[in-house]
Ligand binder design. Structure first.
Ligand SMILES: *[C@@H]1O[C@H](CO)[C@@H](O)[C@H](O)[C@H]1NC(C)=O
Ligand SMILES: *[C@@H]1O[C@H](CO)[C@@H](O)[C@H](O)[C@H]1NC(C)=O
Ligand SMILES: *[C@@H]1O[C@H](CO)[C@@H](O)[C@H](O)[C@H]1NC(C)=O
Ligand SMILES: *[C@@H]1O[C@H](CO)[C@@H](O)[C@H](O)[C@H]1NC(C)=O
Ligand SMILES: *[C@@H]1O[C@H](CO)[C@@H](O)[C@H](O)[C@H]1NC(C)=O
Length: 450
């Protein structure tokens, strides 16, 4: 839907007061909250899963299941930052409906496309709920921390050293396209969850896994010595070739993981060095201090998934500032300039408040959707980071009940699914791979900064 006319709202409705654009004054808590609220409304309007006959937790076409998990994580953060519980009911309903029979975010409906990254975006939503002291589900439902542990444990079992000396494959099931790809976001999400679970629970086993994952990503070259994160690598070639495309969420997912390891180790110098490096490396995603998706924004090639990636970099930068306070002077100016630029892009749609994709343009660029709204919302609400109590841990303030052995049952072959039934359309999966490998093969594009 690309129906838009710039500031249409302001020109209509004789004399009625119509707000257009999102006003944002970062020195005012109320202004930030109001701006986040407007962006949230614009995002949630796409959601239909709570309607009778629809499936809770699913976004309509063209949005994949993982992005819905990401959206509910954004709404968990929205409640945390603003105190506005308008969306808690749909968030609870979705996060609990999609847990699957083993309470590990593996619902059978998603088997044909679910990768480790897709599962992790739901797991990280549950983990944010635990960290943010988001209200607990009823006692007879699975609990936030246990859900995150289940996702983590189910993935730890999938650690694959039959090739490339380890790592996680992108896909979970052999019959899905991308089973032979070890991608950075899947491995990064695991690192992120491991480090955060270490901090939340104090259990060193998670920190050992985080170290193991970090070392693997580094050794295989998916993270470069200058802290650039590349998309992924083919394990049938023993990971000897890399797809060098860079995405903002990969930098973000490792940034927050490193911040948590820094915190868990009580400020170890090696983690400070790594975290500083990751922040410097993420400079590729900023233009005049405004966040942008370098690989696809300026060439107009961002797909539906990619239009949401800035949301996660913003989300994880804000959380990084809390777990590793020394990073504030580096990250806060970037969040501020990006939030202001994002708000300026929100003049689209019939209400004059839909947000665009390219914040660097200083105006609305005509691109609208869940990803555009979520990105604007996250970068705006992140500026409330110092107005909230800060994330809890089990020892300090946590209220979510965990289960260290959740998700340790291993993967079963999906019942009632004949791989022959899977169509090419299904095999596109979360869409992280197909087009990207093609682009990677064509190679040499300017944004593949090595
Ligand atoms: C799975 O799909 C069926 C058919 O659309 C639907 O009735 C059911 O609610 C879905 N369950 C989940 C967990 O998505
Ligand atoms: C490979 O993985 C298995 C199972 O996780 C583990 O027992 C083994 O030690 C691993 N080998 C190496 C070389 O890491
Ligand atoms: C595969 O790559 C790993 C490092 O990524 C290396 O240690 C191992 O020796 C390689 N195996 C083969 C068979 O080339
Ligand atoms: C760890 O994080 C807490 C906030 O969650 C912060 O107060 C503390 O200073 C951090 N520790 C270090 C070593 O930065
Ligand atoms: C720590 O985490 C590991 C891995 O999930 C688990 O096996 C172990 O039971 C946990 N230990 C405690 C004390 O909870």
């Amino acid at each position: 839907m690309h129906l838009f006319s710039r500031r249409a709202g302001a020109l209509s409705l004789l004399g009625m007061q119509v707000v257009s654009a999102i006003d944002l004054d970062l020195s005012s808590t109320d202004s930030i909250k109001a701006a986040a609220k407007t962006a949230a409304q614009g995002m949630v309007q796409y959601y239909t899963g709570n309607r009778p006959g629809d499936v809770p937790g699913n976004l309509p076409q063209p949005y994949y299941w993982w992005e819905a998990g990401a959206m509910f994580a954004a709404l968990v953060d929205y409640w945390y930052f603003t105190g506005d519980d308008t969306y808690n009911a749909i968030t609870n309903q979705a996060l609990l409906f999609q847990v699957g029979p083993n309470n590990d975010y593996m619902p059978p409906n998603q088997t044909k496309t679910e990768g480790n990254d897709d599962q992790a975006f739901w797991g990280m939503a549950a983990l944010s709920a635990a960290e943010n002291r988001y209200p607990n589900p009823p006692p007879d439902e699975p609990q936030w921390l246990a859900l995150a542990q289940a996702v983590f444990n189910s993935q730890a079992i999938r650690w694959d050293n039959t090739s490339c000396n380890g790592g996680l494959k992108w896909q979970i099931f052999t019959f899905n396209n991308g089973y032979n790809y070890k991608n950075t976001i899947s491995n990064g999400c695991f690192f992120n969850m491991a480090a955060r679970l270490a901090v939340y629970t104090g259990n060193t086993t998670y920190a050992e896994w985080a170290n193991k994952m970090y070392d693997w990503v580094s050794a295989v070259g998916l993270m470069s010595p200058t802290y650039q994160f590349f998309d992924g690598t083919d394990d049938t070639l023993n990971c000897s070739q890399l797809n060098h495309i860079q995405w903002s969420y990969n930098a973000g997912v490792f940034m927050l993981g490193a911040a948590n390891m820094y915190n868990f180790t009580n400020g170890e110098a090696i983690w400070e060095e790594r975290l500083r490096g990751i922040i410097t490396g993420a400079g590729v995603f900023f233009n005049n201090n405004v966040m942008y998706e370098v690989a696809c924004e300026t060439n107009g090639k961002c797909n539906v998934d990619q239009r949401s990636f800035k949301a996660y970099l913003a989300r994880w930068m804000a959380a990084t500032m809390v777990r590793a306070p020394f990073t504030r002077e580096l990250l806060l100016p970037l969040l501020q300039t990006s939030a202001r630029a994002a708000a300026q892009s929100c003049t689209g749609g019939s209400d004059g408040q839909q947000c665009g994709l390219q914040w660097t343009t200083g105006s609305f660029d005509g691109s609208v959707g869940v990803g555009e709204q979520m990105s604007a919302m996250e970068v705006i609400q992140s500026n409330l980071w110092d107005q909230v109590p800060g994330p809890v841990t089990a020892e300090r303030g946590g209220i979510s009940v965990g289960d260290p052995s959740a998700g340790t049952g291993g993967d079963q072959s999906p019942v009632g699914l004949d791989p022959d039934d899977i169509t090419t359309g299904d095999r596109v999966g979360a869409g992280f791979l197909t087009t990207m490998v093609l682009i990677g093969v064509i190679g040499g594009a300017w944004w593949m900064v090595a």
